[in-house]
Design a protein. Structure first.
Length: 232
């Protein structure tokens, strides 16, 4: 998959360069606050693309509405290839069904390609009594709505993961939305929220460093990930 993505990007870039594009810096919007998985994904991508394009990629953070704020800004931008959006699927597949949005998820954008993917990971603060997913389910049922979980925003994939988890297991948890995975992870490590549904990127370094806890076999697997995974 990595080879396929690189080949597709090279083909797109080669075609663009043949047409004299780009001649000025390119803005890349990120729909979440710095420090989360989107931030960890766009930075190495920008670093790889800038020498090929011969222009800087300027990253702009537009958090809000689980990526929808940045998506609306992209929809209003000129269709000249100088404003891009690096995002998860939430603003296209989820947000339009939850809120009124200022864009058409199909007609307003041109899709360039898939870069990477990540699932949701349930992680907890070490001070909590949770040693397993079974503990989360049992204790939250015993003490309904006492325990909360954080995510990168309302309507995002991690929010849906949390609500799906609740619907399947009967766990009684309150949702605490943030404007990105970075602020959510900061509050988890500080003990302001007991658990998160998070993507892998922001979690790896904190799990390996003992600042947060995952399920035991997950934590062991994360410790085997090379150090570069700490940055997404």
């Amino acid at each position: 998959m990595r080879s396929l993505v690189v080949a597709c990007l090279f083909a797109v870039i080669s075609s663009a360069l043949a047409q004299g594009y780009p001649t000025k810096p390119i803005r890349v919007f990120v729909g979440y606050a710095p420090g989360g998985s989107a931030d960890a994904g766009i930075r190495p991508l920008a670093k790889a693309l800038e020498p090929l394009l011969g222009q800087p990629l300027v990253i702009e953070y537009r958090p809000g509405n689980a990526g929808g704020v940045a998506m609306e800004a992209i929809a209003r931008a000129p269709a000249d290839g100088y404003t891009l959006y690096y995002f998860d699927s939430g603003p296209l597949t989820i947000a339009p069904h939850l809120n009124k949005v200022g864009y058409d998820p199909i007609a307003s954008f041109t899709h360039i390609g898939r870069v990477c993917g990540s699932g949701s990971l349930l992680v907890v603060h070490p001070s909590t009594p949770f040693k397993s997913v079974a503990d989360v389910i049992e204790l939250s049922k015993r003490e309904p709505n006492k325990w909360s979980y954080g995510t990168s925003g309302v309507g995002g994939p991690h929010h849906l993961s949390g609500e799906y988890f609740k619907s399947v297991t009967g766990a009684q948890l309150l949702h605490v939305p943030y404007k990105g995975g970075g602020p959510a992870m900061t509050d988890l490590m500080g003990g302001q929220v007991p658990m998160l549904f998070s993507s892998l990127g922001p979690s790896v370094g904190a799990v390996k460093g003992g600042k947060i806890r995952a399920r035991r076999h997950v934590a062991q697997a994360l410790r085997r990930v090379p150090g570069r995974a700490d940055h997404g």
